[in-house]
Design a protein around this ligand. Structure first.
Ligand code: GLY
Ligand code: MN
Ligand code: MN
Length: 488
């Protein structure tokens, strides 16, 4: 069931080969006798109070320039079926728009004091064939789209029709564009400038990423809410475990349970959930999630609810499917828990971002040494020329978290990996140990066991606050929590 997919604009109405043409009689009849659209509600997004200061801070870095932040186009999933729309995170951050708003929109920051414009496809009148014939943009297919006035009421931003964008950009003012957000807008800006100014554009992308290193109070509140929703969804997964254990492809069942709650409480999952039982937990990005569940195994669940504002949590718990850890599982779990505790203790203002990883890794490597698994001394393994412990923990311990699960991805090394932690930053602390079933160095009872514990940590003025602490992570607390959920 699809109608024409006009590209690039909504006004074209080529029909797909399976669809009957619309008659003139239909075109005359369809615009008649509809109730008027309601007046713009005037209720702004909660984020709209925070976006002017974000834009101001960016504008100050590029005086006299025009800065372009596209939301990005719809992306094809298959033939004429698109993925559910999600705007580019920089656009969401600067406009306040979340959920599926707004395909093809472009935010333009002008050099003046909070002078900016939001360009987008406003709702077409019902006399326009888009209304009934466009499955990508038409009201009959995707619901009523906002008018220019409604979008202004929502975001507090002046709005213009997208068709005017290229003409408006075409002036002597220097322009920068987020190149990766929308290839069509990048091409238009390059055309206007007469060349691709990749380095200048990259500096703009870096600034957008670095602006998000420190979250404002609205963002912190969103991340708190995302963690609360994620805790609810984790508990629903625990409640569903007995049913999932009884059927085939239990990992998929649990992925569905988490996804149900993510869609109900928020916008979606913030990334594909990792639902990994037994040896699958040793595949770091196991998202196929098609395995059966065995009561003797651990389940590694790495999942996060993304709210309608698009802020996401990123939490991992490793749960015994029987409700009780085996002795080997306890040993590995306790080592990871201690590593996480060391990492969280190191996550303080003024510390280096890399201190968190170093603290966690020292504990991980220490346990590997105690178990006789390292082929070299502990000191050698921890030296820059060593790293043998990475056989059992190949990933980093932390990343910034926010609108993107791996937030601030374009921030410079000196402000990220080699940078210092500061109040308002939110990072994950997520050490793990993974003993593959095929690992002949691992003691037999360790094989096929993977453990990760991941929490979302807000750096505060005097230390930190664990935003995902509602979910138990101590060994005994995990067991008693699962038993309590199953008794309900
Ligand atoms: N869920 C991906 C990560 O933990 O980074
Ligand atoms: Mn993570
Ligand atoms: Mn994760």
């Amino acid at each position: 069931m699809t109608a024409a997919d006009p590209r690039p604009g909504p006004a074209q109405t080529q029909l797909p080969n399976r669809m009957q043409a619309f008659s003139q009689a239909f075109a005359d009849f369809i615009p008649t006798a509809w109730a008027p659209y309601p007046e713009p509600a005037g209720q702004p997004l909660a984020a709209a109070a925070w976006t002017p200061q974000r834009r101001r801070r960016l504008r100050q870095q590029f005086p006299g320039e025009r800065l372009v932040a596209p939301a990005g186009p719809l992306k094809v999933r298959s033939n004429d079926t698109d993925h559910r729309y999600r705007p580019h995170s920089a656009f969401a951050h600067l406009s306040g728009l979340g959920t599926d708003q707004e395909p093809d929109a472009v935010l333009v920051l002008e050099p003046g004091d909070d002078d900016c414009r939001l360009y987008f496809h406003p709702r077409a009148p019902r006399t326009d064939p888009e209304f009934y014939a466009s499955s990508r943009y038409g009201e009959m297919w995707v619901g009523p789209r906002p008018s220019l006035a409604e979008m202004t009421a929502l975001t507090g931003l002046p709005t213009r029709d997208l068709s005017q964008l290229e003409e408006d950009l075409d002036s002597a003012t220097p322009i920068r564009v987020l190149r990766e957000a929308d290839p069509a807008v990048t091409a238009a800006v390059d055309r206007i400038r007469g060349r691709a100014e990749v380095e200048a554009d990259q500096a703009w992308a870096v600034a957008c990423s670095e602006l998000r290193l420190i979250k404002d109070d609205f963002e912190v509140a969103q991340l708190e809410d995302a963690c609360a929703a994620t805790a609810t969804a984790f508990e629903a997964v625990v409640a569903a475990l007995p049913q999932a254990l009884g059927g085939s492809r239990g990992e998929r069942w649990l992925e569905g349970v988490f996804g149900l709650h993510a869609r109900h409480l928020g916008n979606a999952v913030g990334y594909d959930s990792i639902v990994a039982a037994g040896d699958h937990a040793c595949t770091l990005h196991w998202i196929r999630n098609d395995g059966d569940l065995d009561r003797s195994d651990l389940l590694l669940l790495d999942a996060g609810v993304e709210l309608d504002s698009l802020y996401t949590a990123d939490v991992t718990r490793s749960l015994p499917l029987s409700g009780r850890f085996s002795p080997a599982q306890r040993q590995i779990y306790q080592a990871v828990w201690e590593a996480q505790a060391a990492g969280i203790a190191a996550a303080r203002p003024g510390a280096l971002f890399s201190d968190v990883h170093d603290a966690a890794i020292a504990v991980i490597a220490g346990h590997l040494a105690d178990w006789g698994l390292l082929p070299v001394s502990l000191e050698e393994a921890l030296s820059p020329d060593g790293g043998q412990f990475r056989r059992w923990m190949a990933h980093g311990t932390s990343h910034h978290l926010g609108l993107d699960v791996h937030d601030c991805a374009q921030a410079r090394q000196e402000n990220y990996r080699q940078g210092r932690l500061a109040p308002g930053m939110v990072i994950t602390v997520e050490p793990g140990l993974y003993f593959k079933a095929t690992d002949l160095l691992a003691p037999e009872p360790f094989r096929g066991v993977g453990v990760r514990i991941e929490d979302d940590i807000l750096i505060t003025a005097d230390g930190n606050r664990n935003l995902s602490a509602d979910l138990p992570s101590l060994l005994d607390q995990v067991e008693s929590w699962m038993a309590e959920v199953w008794q309900r």
